[in-house]
Design a binder for this molecule. Structure first.
Ligand code: BGC
Length: 862
C-alpha cells in the first residue's frame, strides 16, 4: 500500500553528470499500489557538494506537480555539483513517501572560458584528405604532487574518440560524441575519472577516428564538417589541498598513428596488429614518445560546445552465433539469428600476417551474403594478426547492420567457436519503458522485430537504416515512428538534441525549410521541404509532449513547426500546397515499382494537403497548451478554411477523388469529413477497398500510421485486425513468416521465393512501417495517454482477431502502468495497475460507459 519514489531525474537526462542546465528541472517517478493516491505537496532537499559544499536545505511546495518542477535552490555554477532528493505528501489522510535516494547532479562547462584554453588539436602530418583518414592516437603526460579528491574529463572529437588514462579506458561510451549538426552544435561528454588519476606521473591518451565529421557520409563525398581528425579535451583535477589543475589539449600533446589503419562508418575497419608495438602502453606515463609527432591547433569547433541531451551509445548486448554455414562457393558464414547493429568481437591466435576478413550482410541470397542492398558500403572489417599469441579485437569507429558474417582467412590455430567470435549490439543507451506481449506468437515476433529495428536505428540520431551507404536522420521516418519509439524507450533527451539541430538547420538560410534529413549533408544544402518529412517539425514535438508532458520542451520546440508551416511551406492561392512543389508522397506504396518508390497510387498533393490540415491542427493544440489563445484561434480558423479547400480539391462529390486506402485513411483520421453522412459513406468505402484488397496493406510511409486509427475511429477495428494478422505479402506479418527479425524498408524487401527486391533501395532494417506498433500498444494493449505525460491514462483495449490475451507495461513519467486482459469462457477480464498521482479512464470492450479510477490495482470483468 505504500508509495515511494522510485526515480528522481533532471530534465531529460538519464545521468546528470556534466549537464548544460544551471537550474535543471526535477521530476520523480512513483511506485506503489496505494489506492487513489495523489500528491498534494512535495519537499525537495538540495545540498551542494564538492568545493562549496553546504548543509542540505529543504524546499517545500504545495503542488501536485511531480514532473519538471523548477530547480528550487540557487542556480548551479559551471562544474558545480549537488545532491538532491525528494519526498511527496499525499492528500489528507494519505501517506507521504519516504525520502527518495539522493541523486547527484553536476553541471558541465557552461561557458567557453571554462575550457581553460583547451583547443582542438590534430597531428601534424601529411595525409590525403580525399581518402579514408588514418585514426590518430594522442597523448600527454602530467605529474600530480597531491592526493586527488576529484577529477573530470570533458572531451569531444572532430570525429569520434575513445580516451584512456593510465592505460585504463575512460567510461564505456562508443562512437562518442555521436553525430550532430556540427556547424551548430558539437556535443562534449563528461566523465568522472577521479579513480583513474593518482599522485605521481600520469598520462592521458585519446584515439580518434574520422567518424561522421570528416569521413565519407551520405550520397557523395566526405569532409563535410572539416577535413581532419581532431580532439578537444580538458582534464580537470582537484587535489586534497583545494588546488585545481587543468590539462587542456594544446600544442604540448603528442600524436601518432597506430594499428588502426582505417576505420570508416560505411566501409569498416582495417586493423594491423603487427603495428601494435608503436602504441603499446601509449596511454601510460612511462611510454617512450620520442618518435611521436607534434600536434597543431585547429580552429575552434564551429558549433557551440554543448553537453548531450540524450544518453551515449554503448555496447549493450552480446550475441552468440546460432550456426556456422558453408556457402555454395565455400565461404564460412556465421548466422547470428538476429539482424542486429554493431560489430564482431574476436578472440584469436594465429601466425603473424594472417589476414582475417569479415563481411557483413543482413540476408543471404542463394546461400551467399547478399551484398547488393549495401550499395557502395563495404561493411568489411579486416584484422591482421601479430602472431605473438592470443589477441582480442573489435573495431572502434565503424558499425554494421547484419545477421550474417562471412569470415575469410581465419587461422587454423583457433577453432571457430561461440567464444572466439561474438556479436556486440550497439545503440543509444535509452531506458526501455515499453513492453507488449499477447497470445499471438507471430505478432509477438513482429513486436520484437519493431524493437530491434528501433535499437538498430537509434544510434545517436534516428537513422533510416543502419547498413547501406546512407544511415541518415531522415525526417519522414522519424515522423511515422515517433509515437512507437516514445512508448518503447524513454526518448525525451534523444529527440530533444535532434530537434535542436533541426531548428538550426531550418533557420540556416532564412527560408524556414525543414531538411529531408538532420543533420543535413552536405551541411549547406537547401532541401525544398516536403509534406510528412518536414512535418516532423510539428508532429515530433507534439508526440513528445503527449508522452512526456513537458511544456517547457514544447515551448522550446514550437518555433520550428511554426516556421515551417507559416513560412517554409510553399502554398497555392487557396493556401493548400503549391502543386509544383516536390513531394515524396506515400513513399513505398506496395504498388510502386521497385525503382520508383514515390510512384504511389495516392496523389502526392492529396497526401501533402491532408497532412497540412493535421499539422495546422497540431499547431492549434500546441498554442492552446501554451495558453497562447490568439495564436490558437488563428490556427483554428486556418484549419477550418483548409478543410474546406481540401474538400473542394479532393472530395468534391463527397467520396475521395482517389479510391485508395491512404486517401480514405488520412481523410477519416485527420477529420477531413465534416458531413456525417459523407463520413459514413467514406468509412464504408475504406472498408470495401480493404476487403477487396483481401485485407492486404495498400499504404506507404504516409498512410500506414493512419490506417489502423482510421478504421478504429469508424468502428472497424476488426477489419484492421484482419490486415494486421494477415501473413500474405504485403502485410506486417509477411516479414515474420519470411523469417525477418527486424522490420523491412519495403513490404517485399524479400520476395516469397526468397529473392531480394531488385530496387536499389532495399533494406531489411527500416523502422518506418513498424509505426503500426502504436496501434498495437493503444488498441490491443489498451494504453494511451489521455492527458499529456500520462497524468490521465486512457485504458481502452479492443480485443479482436484471434487474440485472446495481451499484457502491456509502460513506465510513464509518473511510474509503471500495467495492463493485462484476457478472454475466457466466463468473459472478458482486465487487471490494471495505475501509478500514484495519476488516474485512468477505462472503457471496457462493448461498453459505452467510461469509468474513472485512481491509482492502485483494479480488476474488471465483463
Ligand atoms: C530512405 C527513406 C527515406 C527516403 C525518402 C530513402 O533512401 O531510406 O527511409 O525516408 O529515402 O525518400
Amino acid at each position: 500500500m505504500a508509495v515511494s519514489i522510485s526515480k528522481l531525474s533532471f530534465e531529460h537526462h538519464r545521468s546528470a553528470l556534466g549537464i548544460g542546465e544551471s537550474a535543471p528541472r526535477i521530476s520523480w517517478r512513483f511506485q506503489g499500489d496505494a489506492p487513489n493516491w495523489e500528491q498534494s505537496s512535495y519537499d525537495i532537499q538540495v545540498a551542494r557538494t564538492g568545493k562549496g559544499a553546504t548543509e542540505p536545505v529543504i524546499y517545500s511546495h504545495n503542488s501536485s506537480e511531480s514532473l519538471y518542477v523548477p530547480w528550487p535552490d540557487q542556480e548551479l555554477a559551471s562544474m558545480e555539483s549537488a545532491k538532491v532528493r525528494a519526498r511527496a505528501h499525499g492528500k489528507a489522510g494519505q501517506s507521504s513517501t519516504p525520502w527518495s535516494d539522493w541523486v547527484a547532479v553536476e553541471t558541465g562547462l557552461l561557458k567557453p572560458e571554462d575550457w581553460s584554453g583547451a583547443t582542438p588539436i590534430a597531428a601534424i602530418r601529411d595525409y590525403d584528405i580525399n581518402s579514408p583518414k588514418r585514426p590518430i592516437y594522442f597523448r600527454k603526460t602530467f605529474a600530480l604532487n597531491e592526493t586527488i579528491t576529484s577529477a573530470r574529463l570533458y572531451i569531444t572529437a572532430l570525429g569520434l574518440y575513445e580516451a584512456e588514462i593510465n592505460g585504463q579506458r575512460v567510461g564505456d561510451a562508443v562512437l562518442a560524441p555521436g553525430w550532430q549538426s556540427f556547424n551548430y552544435r558539437h556535443v562534449y561528454d563528461t566523465y568522472d575519472v577521479t579513480h583513474q588519476v593518482s599522485k605521481g606521473e600520469n598520462a592521458i591518451g585519446i584515439v580518434a577516428g574520422e567518424g561522421w565529421f570528416s569521413g565519407r557520409i551520405a550520397f557523395d563525398g566526405r569532409n563535410w564538417w572539416g577535413n581532419n581528425i581532431g580532439v578537444q579535451s580538458l582534464l580537470r583535477i582537484t587535489t586534497a589541498d583545494g588546488q585545481v589543475m587543468t590539462i587542456p589539449t594544446d600544442e604540448s600533446w603528442k600524436s601518432n598513428v597506430g594499428p588502426i589503419v582505417s576505420s570508416e562508418i560505411y566501409d569498416g575497419e582495417l586493423y594491423d596488429s603487427r603495428l601494435e608495438e608503436s602504441t603499446k602502453g601509449w596511454s601510460e606515463a612511462g611510454f617512450d614518445e620520442r618518435a611521436w609527432l607534434a600536434v597543431g591547433k585547429l580552429p575552434p569547433v564551429k558549433g557551440s560546445l554543448v553537453s548531450p541531451d540524450g544518453p551515449p551509445v554503448r555496447k549493450l548486448e552480446t550475441h552468440k552465433y546460432q550456426q556456422v554455414l558453408k556457402s555454395p562457393s565455400g565461404k564460412v558464414i556465421l548466422d547470428f539469428g538476429q539482424n542486429l547493429v554493431g560489430w564482431l568481437a574476436l578472440k584469436v591466435q594465429g601466425p603473424s600476417g594472417t589476414n582475417i576478413t569479415i563481411r557483413h550482410a543482413e540476408v543471404l541470397e542463394h546461400g551467399e551474403l547478399a551484398l547488393k542492398p549495401l550499395r557502395s558500403a563495404k561493411a568489411t572489417d579486416n584484422i591482421i594478426l601479430h602472431g605473438n599469441g592470443p589477441q582480442t579485437w573489435e573495431p572502434k569507429f565503424t558499425f554494421h547492420g547484419f545477421r550474417y558474417a562471412e569470415i575469410d582467412g581465419w587461422p587454423a590455430d583457433t577453432p571457430i567457436s561461440q567464444d572466439a567470435i561474438q556479436a556486440m549490439v550497439v545503440h543509444s543507451d535509452l531506458e526501455q519503458t515499453g513492453w507488449f506481449e499477447c497470445s499471438h506468437e507471430l505478432l509477438n515476433k513482429f513486436h520484437s522485430n519493431v524493437r530491434w529495428s528501433m535499437k538498430g536505428n537509434f544510434l545517436t540520431i534516428s537513422t533510416d537504416c543502419p547498413q547501406r551507404d546512407e544511415r541518415l536522420g531522415w525526417t519522414g521516418d522519424a515522423h511515422a515512428f515517433g509515437p512507437t519509439a516514445n512508448f518503447l524507450y524513454d526518448t525525451g533527451g534523444f529527440w530533444r538534441g535532434w530537434h535542436r539541430d533541426m531548428w538550426s538547420e531550418i533557420q540556416r538560410n532564412g527560408a524556414m525549410k525543414v531538411p529531408f534529413f538532420v543533420p543535413t549533408v552536405p551541411p549547406g544544402s537547401n532541401d525544398p521541404g516536403a509534406a510528412v518529412w518536414s512535418d516532423v517539425s510539428v508532429a515530433g514535438p507534439w508526440d513528445l509532449f503527449r508522452f512526456y508532458g513537458d511544456k517547457g520542451m514544447l515551448q522550446e520546440q514550437f518555433a520550428q513547426g511554426r516556421a515551417w508551416i507559416d513560412h517554409g511551406l510553399p502554398r497555392n492561392a487557396d493556401r493548400l500546397w503549391d502543386r509544383s512543389s516536390f513531394q515524396f508522397g506515400d513513399w513505398l506504396d506496395p504498388k510502386a515499382p521497385p525503382e520508383q518508390p514515390d510512384a504511389a497510387t495516392t496523389p502526392k498533393h492529396l497526401v501533402a494537403d491532408a497532412y497540412l490540415v493535421r499539422m495546422t491542427e497540431i499547431l492549434m493544440l500546441v498554442a492552446e497548451t501554451l495558453s497562447d489563445d490568439v495564436t490558437a484561434s488563428d490556427y483554428r480558423a486556418q484549419r477550418s478554411q483548409l478543410v474546406k479547400e481540401f474538400q473542394k480539391a479532393w472530395m468534391p462529390a463527397g467520396n475521395m477523388t482517389n479510391q485508395t486506402q491512404t486517401a480514405y485513411a488520412l481523410a477519416l483520421h485527420f477529420g477531413l469529413y465534416t458531413d456525417i453522412d459523407q463520413r459514413h459513406a467514406a468509412a464504408n468505402a475504406l472498408r470495401n477497398i480493404v476487403a477487396q484488397n483481401d485485407y492486404l496493406v495498400g499504404t506507404g510511409f504516409a498512410g500506414t500510421p493512419a490506417l489502423g486509427p482510421a478504421l478504429q475511429d469508424v468502428g472497424a477495428a476488426e477489419d484492421f485486425y484482419r490486415m494486421l494478422l494477415q501473413t500474405k505479402v504485403p502485410s506486417w506479418l509477411y516479414q515474420v513468416v519470411m523469417n525477418g527479425t527486424t522490420t523491412w524498408e519495403r513490404w517485399d524487401s524479400m520476395q516469397p521465393d526468397g529473392s531480394i527486391n531488385t530496387g536499389s533501395m532495399t533494406s531489411f532494417n527500416h523502422y518506418a512501417f513498424g509505426a503500426v506498433a502504436d496501434w498495437i500498444h493503444t488498441t490491443i494493449g489498451g494504453l494511451a495517454p489521455a492527458e499529456p505525460g500520462w497524468r490521465t491514462i486512457k485504458v481502452e483495449p479492443i480485443p479482436g482477431g484471434s487474440i485472446t490475451s495481451a499484457e502491456t507495461r509502460y513506465v510513464s513519467p509518473y511510474g509503471a502502468i500495467e495492463l493485462k486482459w484476457w478472454v475466457d469462457d466466463v468473459g472478458f477480464h482486465l487487471n490494471l495497475s495505475v501509478p500514484p498521482n495519476t488516474r485512468a479512464v477505462v472503457k471496457l470492450p462493448k461498453s459505452q460507459e467510461t469509468l474513472r479510477v485512481g491509482s492502485g490495482i483494479h480488476k474488471f470483468h465483463q
